[in-house]
Ligand binder design. Structure first.
Ligand code: OOB
Length: 516
């Protein structure tokens, strides 16, 4: 794809951030020079490489550099810390990591050095230095030190795995999602069509670009597929993003609902920025409240397009020419005529149309299994290969889905997913805690927040929320996973006979907090 674009429109602008402006020819040349460096380092076809970069132009050249070398990026988010990254490094068997020196005052280069001590395969640490600041940790390489004269590239098949994405809410053994070049590019092409991208489009990556949504729905890859331009904003705040929209004449971008709300509020209260270039705003990652959906068009002067997707595959969109009743109140329909969806009950039997049930799916770009994880595969796929999304949905007669919620094992905190099991495992190590259950509670701004129900080890000294938050933070987890609320209880509910599953316990407790 990049080779083709660099040949047909070498001088068109491919990538912009506040420090870089690269044409397609330049992006291609940069990616090829990095690929040569990766190959020189012994990083080649099939090797996994952790990529933890913020929204900077270098992300794009590293991405294509790795693709050209046949290596598989493993997409980590800038907010990930060692308790996520060590298991990811081990499960992927990554041989290298590309990261930045600092981002938002956090020292990622030091984090990379810590990872190297825990993950024996991690041999090369490659760092994008801070501008003008020396002082990379010993044994690391600056990204520019990799550049070589481009050389012949290894053969990579369209059906080869292109990269590993992380499943939202992964547990002890992270669920790594293997996507192939052909399956992913198919989803990118369909997305670009449905979101109206062409060579005049400028897509702004405001959400963390390693996430599937800004990467491919239609994302930076959709924009490059269409021969348009990718612009990157270092953070998604209205101030930073509105400046970028005005400066780069952005036409389309994507947001999670809490950020869409911030943008709407800012735009309703101030006309300081010229946002007139913006045509389409995609909103997804978590349920967009209907009231917010109605405000988006008038406040920002855009067409709202809802997107309900998952890194495992299936992506649904409302269409740009849908009536308001669809665009404002549903999460759309599958993007491919070859996607298959079914709404079933707990036994796997179809529920009648319009009735809430569990969404299962299979299709041309939905994975058939996680990477080296037979245990997750056994629970996440039906015997005949349907992926169990875990989402509770209703299918309207017009074919559009309305997302109602999820099975109670995950909190969707404004689009950032939290695995209840993962945080419970940390909490069980706290000396004041005998048992802990993490559930989602409704939240006006974030959609959901996390609440931990705790049985105290000693009822006379129950833990306090501050202690728990500090403990989880010090475990080195991404900030959004730190529990928001705490309820100390004397016992957990018992329903009926026998051992109650942690999943139903979560559901029970979650129903209780939602009612109160
Ligand atoms: C996107 O991908 P993931 O992998 O971080 O999370 C997938 C899950 C879905 O199973 C669902 O629970 C939730 O996120 N979700 C939504 C939603 N979009 C995603 N829930 C309600 N309404 C929506 N519109 O989040 C993702 C991937 C590609 C495109 C967009 C989002």
């Amino acid at each position: 794809m990049l080779t083709a674009r660099a040949t047909t429109s070498p001088d068109a602008i491919a990538v912009l951030d506040d420090r870089h402006r690269w044409t397609y020819a330049e992006l291609d040349a940069r990616a090829r020079s990095l690929a040569a460096g990766f190959i020189d380092f012994g990083i080649g076809p099939g090797d996994r490489v952790l990529v933890q970069l913020p929204n900077i132009a270098e992300f794009v050249e590293v991405l294509f550099g790795l693709f050209y070398a046949g290596a598989l990026p493993v997409f980590c988010l800038p907010a990930h810390r060692q308790s996520e990254l060590i298991p990811i490094a081990k499960a992927s068997g990554a041989v290298a990591m590309v990261t930045c020196h600092h981002h938002q005052t956090f020292n990622h280069a030091t984090l990379a050095a810590i990872l190297r001590d825990h993950a024996p395969d991690l041999r090369h640490l490659i760092i994008v230095p801070d501008r003008g600041k020396p002082g990379l940790p010993g044994g690391t390489h600056a990204l520019d030190a990799l550049r070589r004269v481009p050389k012949e590239l290894p053969a990579v098949a369209a059906s080869d795995v292109a990269f590993l994405q992380l499943s939202g809410g992964s547990t002890g053994t992270p669920k790594l999602i293997p996507r192939t070049h052909d399956d992913y590019l198919y989803s990118v092409r369909r997305s670009a069509e449905l979101c109206g991208l062409d060579s005049n489009s400028v897509y702004l990556a405001a959400l963390p670009v390693a996430h599937n949504f800004p990467m491919s729905s239609p994302g930076i890859l959709g924009a490059l597929w269409a021969g348009g331009t990718v612009a990157l904003a270092i953070d998604p705040s209205p101030t930073t993003a509105f400046t970028a929209i005005q400066q780069f004449k952005v036409t389309i971008t994507g947001l999670v609902p809490p950020l869409a709300r911030l943008w709407v509020e800012r735009a309703e209260n101030s006309k300081a920025y010229d946002l007139s270039s913006l045509r389409v705003l995609l909103v997804g990652g978590a349920r967009c409240p209907d009231e917010l959906a109605r405000r988006i068009g008038p406040a920002l002067g855009v067409q709202l397009q809802q997107v309900f997707g998952m890194a495992e595959g299936l992506v649904c969109y409302t269409r740009l020419d849908d009536p308001d009743d669809v665009t404002l109140a549903t999460q759309g329909r599958p993007m491919s005529p070859h996607d298959r969806i079914a709404v079933v009950d707990e036994n796997g039997d179809p529920v009648p149309p319009g009735v809430d049930g569990l969404l299962i799916t299979k299709g041309p770009y939905t994975i058939r299994g996680y990477y080296r994880n037979p245990e997750a595969n056994a629970s996440s796929f039906t015997e005949d290969g349907w992926y169990r999304t875990g989402d509770v949905v209703a299918l309207r007669p017009d074919g559009n889905l309305v997302v109602k919620g999820r099975l109670g094992d995950r909190v969707n905190r404004g689009g950032e997913k939290i695995s209840a099991e993962e945080i419970e495992a940390h909490l069980l190590d706290h000396p004041l805690i005998r048992d802990a259950i993490v559930v989602a509670v409704p939240d006006e701004h974030l959609g959901e927040r996390s609440c931990v129900f705790v049985l105290a080890a000693d009822p006379t000294t129950p833990p306090a929320l501050g202690q728990i938050r500090k403990f989880v933070r010090e475990r080195g987890v991404a900030t959004w996973k730190i529990p928001d609320l705490l309820e100390v209880v004397d016992s957990f509910p018992e329903t009926g006979v026998g051992k109650i599953s942690r999943r139903s316990l979560r559901a029970e407790l979650s129903a209780r907090v939602s009612q109160s």
